[in-house]
Design a protein around this ligand. Structure first.
Ligand code: URA
Length: 205
């Protein structure tokens, strides 16, 4: 059954399927483009996101946006969502039950957004998509795998990078890989290369 974006948003806003609905200020659904070739999936809204009703608008979001800008992604290229749409109190990790309950909505969101590439930001998103609870991000990040027709890339959560600044280059490289894959799949055009440096005129002319 096809569901419209407006009906989907309505369903999210009315959702009371888990206890997070009782403490939320806003249901945080997405930012970017409704339909987009690339989807980023984080963990869950923090205080800023809960306040504004938009994902990744706090410090971690600013870092993510910085990297997206640096790689030349525009709003039409991505759709940013989370494993859960309501803020877990004290910013705790969503429970397995909360994540599984909200997965129904994320599944519908993916069907509407139709991404080709899905970027999993951190362990919570990775576990939701693969069922693997034991994986170490340091080992699985930066490697694409295919599942159900999607190209999936696990990488570090930007909040982790804020706490471990020495790892920043790895998130940078992974976002660059996303750009590379999007170009390879014909989802984005290559960035124009920098113009050649003007050569010095031969002397005497
Ligand atoms: N961290 C997340 O995982 N998601 C957000 O939206 C913000 C911070």
């Amino acid at each position: 059954m096809k569901i419209s974006w407006n009906d989907f948003v309505e369903e999210c806003r009315n959702c009371q399927a888990c206890p997070l609905s009782k403490t939320r200020k806003n249901v945080v659904i997405y930012r970017g483009s409704v339909v987009a070739p690339i989807m980023f999936v984080g963990e869950g809204p923090g205080a800023n996101e809960d306040e504004q009703g938009l994902p990744f608008v706090g410090q971690a979001g600013q870092l993510l946006q910085l990297l997206l800008d640096a790689q030349g992604f525009s709003m039409e290229d991505f759709h940013i969502a989370n494993v859960v749409k309501c803020r877990p109190p004290e910013n705790r990790v969503p429970t397995e039950a909360e994540a599984k309950t909200c997965k129904v909505l994320l599944g519908k969101q993916i069907l509407i957004s139709k991404p080709k590439i899905i970027v999993l930001l951190g362990k919570t998103a990775y576990t939701l998509f693969t069922g693997d609870k034991m994986a170490k991000m340091t080992e699985i990040r930066g490697k694409f795998f295919e599942k159900n027709g999607y190209y999936i890339l696990p990488t570090f959560h930007p909040a982790y990078i804020l706490r471990n600044n020495n790892e920043r280059i790895k998130l940078w490289k992974d976002i660059a890989l996303v750009r590379e894959k999007a170009e390879e799949l014909g989802l984005m055009k290559p960035l124009p290369s920098a113009p050649d440096m003007p050569t010095a005129r031969p002397s005497g002319k």
